[in-house]
Design a protein around this ligand. Structure first.
Ligand code: ATP
Ligand code: MG
Length: 363
């Protein structure tokens, strides 16, 4: 079985313990809420799951994902679906506080699992969300996670919703909350700007790349009898900048292109693994690429080939063969589509493999 997993939350042996876990755990032990900030695929969601699962049985995790949430009704529905599975009696008590939902307890016909159904006259508004938060706050020893929290703020009604959430949450002295998000700019603004409802509502914790040495040792162990040289493993960690999602994706491919019981040969297997990743994503990448106009694609190619550090230089504009205005507009669009991201070091490709695919297609 392939010892590497990517694309969803990893736990147990698929998870490499990291320094941030300790800081997260310490915050929880000290009764502090946390704003967890880190770029995509850096391991925010996995860290939350692993830290809280190590706090079991005393604590349980209630985990809500607000990725691209569309409005308050969507929030409420997601939260209801993600309630931890509990006994019928527990759920009945919980539902009593949600009168606006006209709740009906339902039993899954095959598994017998109870859940809260929404009645036809249900109102899914800010007051309902507040009721739901109040009920959650009554649960003992829980860590409540709001993942992709910045997406709540960008909803049309975001500001009002946040204010409402904050006023309930700040009265819940016994619950622990973690708010996580990948947009550093937005998350920082939410928790550090004095005009924002969540100002100082949580301790900020940045989650970065997994340290090379730690991750290298972990990878070496995961390859077991196929044996990989420490230097080879370290070169992979460095090439993908310690971003575990990308590294696991690459290592999974490396496993697939190598043979059981045989050592990994860097010169032979690394290029094969890269081909493997690019080929397996080629139709996805193709679709993404041709979503853009000719000029936007020229900018994409120039970014992939020259790097993303100086997209306003004359060399860059010459390579892309577009005006500075066109380039800026294209970059804006690529940022809003999350093809590119930006941090204090400047622009970068959200998915390094996509950049590599572009270079391969346009040598
Ligand atoms: N500590 C870890 N050890 C090993 N692999 C990890 C670890 N954390 C994350 N990963 C890898 O990274 C992938 C993405 O992890 P996760 O979904 O937790 O990141 P995220 O920061 O929440 O990403 P997103 O911003 O896309 O939600 C996982 O599928 C897994 O392959
Ligand atoms: Mg996540």
């Amino acid at each position: 079985m392939n010892p590497f997993r990517y694309g969803k939350i990893v736990t147990g042996e698929f998870y490499c313990p990291r320094p941030e876990d300790i800081r997260l755990k310490n915050a929880f032990s000290g009764g502090r809420n946390v704003a967890l900030i880190g770029r995509r695929r850096v391991g925010k969601s996995s860290s939350i799951h692993n830290v809280v699962s190590a706090m079991r049985p005393r604590h349980t995790l209630v985990y809500f994902d607000f990725y691209q949430v569309r409005g308050v009704d969507d929030m409420v529905q997601r939260m209801l679906r993600a309630l931890p599975s509990q006994t019928f009696d527990w759920l009945r008590d919980f539902a009593r506080g949600l009168t606006r939902l006209r709740p009906k307890l339902e039993l899954d016909p095959t598994t017998g699992t109870p859940s809260i159904g929404i009645g036809s006259e249900a109102v899914l508004d800010e007051q309902t969300l507040e009721d739901l938060l109040i009920q959650l706050g009554k649960m003992r020893n829980t860590v409540i996670a709001f993942d992709e929290f910045q997406d709540v703020a960008i909803m049309k009604t975001g500001e009002g919703v946040l204010a409402r959430m904050r006023s309930v949450i700040q009265q819940q002295l016994d619950s622990l909350y973690v708010f996580s998000g990948s947009s550093r700019k937005m998350m920082t603004a939410l928790f550090e700007n004095s005009t924002q409802p969540f100002f100082q509502a949580a301790e900020k914790l940045e989650i970065g790349p997994i340290p090379t040495k730690k991750f290298t040792n972990w990878i070496v162990k995961r390859f077991q009898t196929r044996t990989i040289h420490k230097e080879t493993a370290a070169s992979i960690v460095e090439e993908f900048e310690g971003i575990p999602g990308d590294i696991q994706r690459f290592c999974a491919a490396l496993w697939d292109v190598s043979l059981p019981g045989k050592p990994i040969n860097a010169a032979e297997h690394l290029p094969l693994a890269k081909d493997y990743v690019l080929e397996s994503h080629s139709s996805t990448y193709n679709n993404i690429f041709y979503r853009y106009t000719v000029k936007q694609r020229q900018v994409l190619i120039a970014l992939a080939k020259l790097g993303t550090k100086s997209p306003h230089s004359s060399e860059f504009l010459k390579k892309a063969a577009v005006s500075s205005q066109v380039s800026q507009k294209a970059i804006k669009r690529l940022l809003s589509d999350a093809i590119l991201s930006r941090d204090e070091d400047g622009l970068f490709f959200d998915d390094q493999f996509f950049a590599a695919w572009i270079r391969r297609m346009h040598p």
